[in-house]
Design a protein around this ligand. Structure first.
Ligand SMILES: [Fe+2]
Ligand SMILES: [Fe+2]
Length: 218
């Protein structure tokens, strides 16, 4: 999204795990559907797609869910139990595969685990998906960096940029559980933090999550 449409510009990242049961994480906004459909189709035929996952129920995470379900006849929504019960069972055109907190799902060579994190950074149904073989944490909105031009994956500091974005937009819900939920994510010891907005980051993910927690919780 260029600065003419959003102050400073903003990016939306979708992630595709190509495996025996391919998984798309985030659909993007409904208006982005043709872009995302064509991007997935450039990697694999849409009828191979099995899972369409997302962190929480907002338009940028799952706005084109039904359009993608129509284009990918063997795919189903993949979400946490709360998202299924509060929204997805009702609005999705196909029933969701719902994951309990800590539950794992094998995709073939990769395995994903659902980590429920209510309200972290926002939405009661919020959670994050961890891929165990690459130690990649799909961390959704946690380290959102504004701006419309980002490298896909970096090793330099992103906390400064994400803290500027958090200061400007105040998108975190801080609850009594926030510190413990950050620690639950840190204990996966991720080596890659796959961010939804801005650059993804490679390094000591546990260390960066604990630094972020210290800033958020104080
Ligand atoms: Fe969000
Ligand atoms: Fe988002």
């Amino acid at each position: 999204m260029p600065p003419s449409e959003f102050p400073g510009g903003f990016t939306f990242n979708e992630f595709l795990i190509d495996d025996e049961e391919p998984l798309l994480y985030h659909t993007g906004l409904r208006g982005m559907f043709p872009l995302v459909r064509d991007a997935v189709a450039s990697v694999l035929p849409l009828d191979r797609l099995r899972h369409i996952g997302f962190s929480h129920y907002e338009a940028d995470e799952c706005g084109s869910l039904n359009e993608l379900l129509a284009a990918a006849p063997h795919a189903a929504p993949l979400c946490g139990e709360l998202a299924a019960l509060t929204s997805v069972q009702d609005v999705a055109d196909r029933p969701p595969r719902m994951l309990q907190d800590g539950e794992t799902l094998s995709l073939g060579a990769h395995t994903v685990q659902w980590l429920a994190t209510p309200h972290l950074p926002h939405a009661w149904e919020c959670g994050h998906l961890f891929e165990t073989s690459t130690a990649t944490l799909f961390c959704g909105d946690l380290l959102s960096q504004a701006g419309h031009e980002h490298e896909p994956l970096v090793e330099h500091d992103i906390l400064g940029a994400s803290e500027s974005t958090r200061a400007e937009f105040d998108y975190y819900a801080n609850t009594p559980q926030t510190g413990a939920l950050f620690e639950k994510l840190a204990q996966t010891e991720p080596r890659v933090l796959a961010c939804m907005h801005g650059s993804s980051w490679r390094g000591d993910g546990a260390g960066l999550l604990r630094e972020l927690a210290a800033r958020v919780v104080g």
